[in-house]
Design a binder for this molecule. Structure first.
Ligand code: SF4
Length: 338
């Protein structure tokens, strides 16, 4: 069944498209939001992650799933009764070279098996290995689920493209996704952020772990509060990522994991970086390799202090606070600030 904007407009209502506030949200929300809105739909985002959402996700998911996947289920459960359509695309490859972690590929099937009473799901497949225009073909297919008006879909694609371009620019200017979203809403692109912290840390990890304050136990804010300047993988320009990738004899199979390793190589060559924190997710298969590679690179490239924090559903503030404070103190002492 397809819900057309026209059908809903006759009822004096907009089609409500639900987007879970996790996983690819931190990469693609600025693309999907203007796209669906330009198609005439209302975008509904699930609440900010919290304990109740994670608990719900834990109840709905298989036991051995990683924390982000459990949380994703909680977000879907929170949206299902509030929207007409859920947008859970099957993301296979978003760089045209490697695939995402298999759990991304199976998301629509996983939620369908685990959560009952779901509305219609848009689960179109995005595989940029099929060519550089595949993103537009994908968006066209998605657009046709909302409206028959081809011109409207093309217009929506261009609007989304521009928003995404601005978003990328904001990230490269040193803004985190959470800082960039409101700036995008206001149509502002400020000059690059100036880092004035006493020490500078590269905080590495998947976007859905780093920028979700509940998952990362407010790590970025904690560091900011301690006078630390933070840089993340999303702030590394693409040409630098490419350069870093050439330093490895072989890359990993998964998109986000590669970006973490490449970002570590990039930041390790930056003399202004005082240390690295790698945030990993409990139950994540790819992280077993990513974490080891980041550690090895840090050792090889001149003994830059490196710490990893593994997040699971029981991670609490106190444990992370103690470790982060000790790490920051150590770096400050090394620099002669303490
Ligand atoms: S990469 Fe790891 S954390 Fe991310 S979805 Fe896959 S298993 Fe989970």
């Amino acid at each position: 069944m397809r819900l057309c904007v026209g059908d809903k407009e006759k009822e004096g209502d907009l089609v409500r498209v639900g987007i879970p506030r996790t996983l690819s949200f931190f990469t693609y929300y600025p693309l999907w939001k203007p796209f669906f809105e330009a198609l005439g739909a209302e975008v509904v985002v699930s609440p900010i992650s919290n304990k109740a959402l994670l608990d719900e996700g834990v109840r709905e998911t298989v036991n051995d799933a990683c924390v982000p996947i459990k949380l994703f289920h909680g977000h879907v459960a929170a949206l299902k009764d509030r929207v007409d359509i859920l947008f859970i695309p099957r993301l296979v490859s978003i760089d045209g070279k490697v695939t995402l972690c298999p759990k991304f590929l199976g998301l629509p099937d996983m939620v369908r098996c685990s959560i009952s009473g779901l509305p219609e799901i848009i689960e179109s497949r995005l595989d940029l290995k099929k060519g550089r225009f595949e993103l537009y073909r994908f968006m066209f297919r998605v657009g046709q689920r909302i409206t028959d008006n081809k011109l409207r879909i093309i217009g929506a694609i261009w609007r989304a493209r521009y928003s995404f371009y601005c978003y990328r620019k904001l990230l490269l200017h040193g803004f985190t996704p959470l800082e960039a979203f409101p700036l995008l809403e206001k149509g502002i692109i400020p000059p690059p952020k100036v880092n004035n912290g006493e020490i500078k840390l590269a905080v590495l990890g998947y976007p859905y772990a780093l920028y979700d304050d509940y998952v990362s136990v407010n790590l970025l804010k904690k560091l900011e509060g301690q006078g630390v300047s933070v840089v993340t993988p999303e702030m590394v320009p693409e040409q630098m990522m490419k350069k870093a990738s050439k330093k490895l004899p072989k890359n990993l199979f998964w998109y986000y994991s590669n970006r973490v390793v490449w970002a570590s190589i990039h930041y390790l060559q930056d003399k202004s970086i005082d240390g690295i924190i790698h945030v990993t997710a409990f139950g994540c298969g790819p992280d077993a390799m990513t974490n080891k590679l980041v550690e090895l690179e840090a050792k090889q490239q001149g003994k830059v202090p490196c710490m990893s924090i593994t997040i699971d559903e029981h991670t609490g503030d106190a444990g992370v606070d103690t470790r982060v404070e000790a790490f920051v103190d150590l770096l400050k002492r090394k620099k002669g600030i303490l």
